[in-house]
Write a protein that binds this ligand. Structure first.
Ligand code: AMP
Length: 425
C-alpha cells in the first residue's frame, strides 16, 4: 500500500515509525513532516488545508490510504473530501469531528445520552454567562466552544477570574473559537486519557495514558500542549476500562450513528476519575500528542491493519496486542515555550542518545539543514523509552536526554512522578 500521513509533529513521527515497520506499507509519504519523519517517510511540501492539492497528490501517487494526524484538517472535513474523491481516509468526517470541534456539541450529546460529564450551560453572550458564574460561584470552568489549541479552557478559582475569561472570550481574544462558550462544574479527581479505535459501529479500547500539561517541574507554570506522558494510566484498571467503554464510549458511538454521522477513527476521551466514577472532560477526534508516542512504543501489533479495519467497519472481530511494559516520553521544548521562543538553534548528540536501551526519539518540531538538525517549533523532541517499570523507562529517557546537546532547550525533570510514587508502594 501507498500511505499518506498528514501532520508534522511528534505524534506523526511515532505513527510514521510504526507504519513504516508494517509489511503492508510500500511507500509512505508525509505532508509536511519534519526532519525525524524524513527518516521513515518521503516528506512532501503539501498545504494540508488545500484539500484539492492533497487529492491531486493522492491521485498522482496512487495513495491507498490517507491517515490524518491533527484535528484541524479533520474538523475542516478533509476525510469527507478525500472519500468523495474515491480516496480512503482514516479519521472521522466533519460532522463526527465536532466531538472535538465543538465543546457545546459534545456536552449536549452527553446530556441527551446520559453520559457522565460535568454539569454545564452554553452561552452566546457575556451578560448571561457572567450572571450564571455569579450564581454558581467558584471554582468553575470556562471553555471556548471551538478549537483553540489548548488555550480555550480556564479553570477559574474565583468568580472574578471566571468573568475575566468570559470577557476575554466574548471580546474576541480567541477569535471565532470564543464566539460561544460552555461554563461547567469543576470536577475533583485524577485525570486520565482513554483511547478507543472506532469503525462507526464498534469501538475497541486501545490503551490509556496520563500526561503532564504544565510547563515546569512540580506541575507548575503555564499550560502547554503536553510536556510528557506515560502509558498505561495507573488509575485505570480493567474494571474501570470496561465502565468507560460502557458508560462513555459506546453510548457516544450509538448517538453519532443515530445522528447519521458514524464516528470512525481514534476517539480520545479526556477523563476525570471522580469519587462517583469516570466522567468525560472532553473528546479529541484523533490520536493524542504526546500520548501517541508512548502508545506506539507499547503497540505489539501492526498498526496499518487496525487503521484499515476502522475505515472499513471491520473492528468487530479485531484484536490488538500490547506490550505490558510501560512507556514514558519527555518533551524537550525551546526555551520560552509556550510563550515566545526562537527557531533555528542546533541540536547535537541525537545519535548517541538513541543508543540508550529501549529509547526512541521522536521529532516534534525539527528541520534538517544539511546534516544538522535545527529546532523548528515550541515542542521540539519527544525522548521516549519503554522499560520494565515506569521508573526504568524514566531513567532511560533521562539518560538519553543527558546525551543531547541543546542549550536553547528545556524539559521537565519529573515526568511520571505520580506513577513512580504508586510503583514504590
Ligand atoms: P480540556 O481542554 O477540556 O481537556 O481542558 C484542559 C484541562 O482543564 C483538563 O485537562 C483539566 O485539567 C482541566 N479541566 C477541564 N474541565 C474541567 C472540569 N470540569 N473540572 C476540572 N478540571 C477541568
Amino acid at each position: 500500500m501507498n500511505i499518506l500521513l498528514l501532520g508534522s509533529g511528534g505524534r506523526e513521527h511515532a505513527l510514521a515509525w510504526k507504519m513504516a515497520a508494517s509489511p503492508l506499507t510500500d511507500r509512505l509519504f508525509c505532508a509536511p513532516g519534519n526532519a525525524g519523519i524524513a527518516r521513515e517517510a518521503e516528506c512532501v511540501a503539501l498545504d494540508v488545508a488545500d484539500h484539492a492539492a492533497v487529492i491531486a497528490f493522492c491521485r498522482a501517487n496512487g495513495i491507498d490510504l490517507v491517515v490524518v494526524g491533527p484535528e484541524a484538517p479533520l474538523c475542516a472535513g478533509i476525510v469527507d473530501d478525500l472519500e468523495a474523491a474515491g480516496i480512503k481516509a482514516f479519521g472521522p468526517g466533519k460532522t463526527a469531528a465536532q466531538l472535538e470541534g465543538s465543546k457545546g456539541f459534545t456536552k449536549d450529546l452527553c446530556r441527551a445520552n446520559h453520559i457522565p460529564t460535568a454539569a454545564y450551560e452554553r452561552f452566546r453572550a457575556a451578560e448571561p454567562a457572567n450572571a450564571y458564574i455569579a450564581a454558581h460561584g467558584a471554582p468553575i470552568v470556562v471553555k471556548a466552544d471551538g478549537l483553540a489549541s489548548g488555550k480555550g479552557v480556564v479553570v477559574a478559582q474565583s468568580v472574578a477570574q471566571a468573568q475575566a475569561a468570559i470577557d476575554m472570550m466574548f471580546g474576541g481574544g480567541l477569535g471565532e473559537a470564543g464566539g460561544a462558550v460552555v461554563i461547567e462544574e469543576f470536577l475533583d479527581g485524577e485525570e486520565a486519557s482513554f483511547f478507543a479505535l472506532c469503525d462507526g459501529t464498534t469501538a475497541i479500547p486501545l490503551t490509556t495514558a496520563q500526561d503532564h500539561k504544565r510547563a515546569f517541574d512540580g506541575d507548575q507554570g503555564p499550560n502547554t500542549g503536553g510536556m510528557g506522558a506515560y502509558s498505561p494510566a495507573p488509575n485505570i484498571d480493567a474494571a474501570l476500562s470496561a465502565r468507560v467503554m460502557a458508560e462513555i464510549i459506546e453510548p457516544t458511538l450509538r448517538a453519532m450513528r443515530a445522528m447519521g454521522a458514524p464516528y470512525k477513527g481514534v476517539l480520545y476521551a479526556g477523563l476525570m476519575i471522580t469519587r462517583d466514577g469516570p466522567k468525560l472532560i472532553e473528546y479529541n477526534a484523533r490520536f493524542g500528542d504526546p500520548e501517541t508516542q508512548v502508545l506506539m512504543l507499547r503497540l505489539m501489533s501492526d498498526l496499518v491493519p487496525a487503521l484499515l479495519a476502522s475505515r472499513h467497519g471491520q473492528l468487530k472481530s479485531f484484536d490488538l496486542r500490547w506490550y505490558p511494559d510501560p512507556a514514558l516520553t519527555v518533551v524537550m521544548a525551546a526555551k520560552g515555550y509556550p510563550g515566545h521562543y526562537a527557531r533555528g538553534s542546533v541540536i547535537e548528540g541525537l545519535e548517541d542518545a538513541a543508543k540508550v536501551e529501549g529509547v526512541q526519539i521522536f521529532h516534534a518540531g525539527t528541520m534538517a539543514d544539511g546534516t544538522k538538525i535545527l529546532a523548528n517549533g515550541g515542542r521540539v523532541l519527544n525522548v521516549s523509552a519503554i522499560g520494565k517499570t515506569v521508573k526504568q523507562a524514566q531513567a532511560r529517557a533521562y539518560e538519553a536526554i543527558s546525551r543531547i546537546r541543546w542549550p536553547e532547550g528545556f524539559y521537565r525533570h519529573d515526568i511520571g512522578w505520580r506513577a513512580i510514587e504508586r510503583e514504590s508502594h
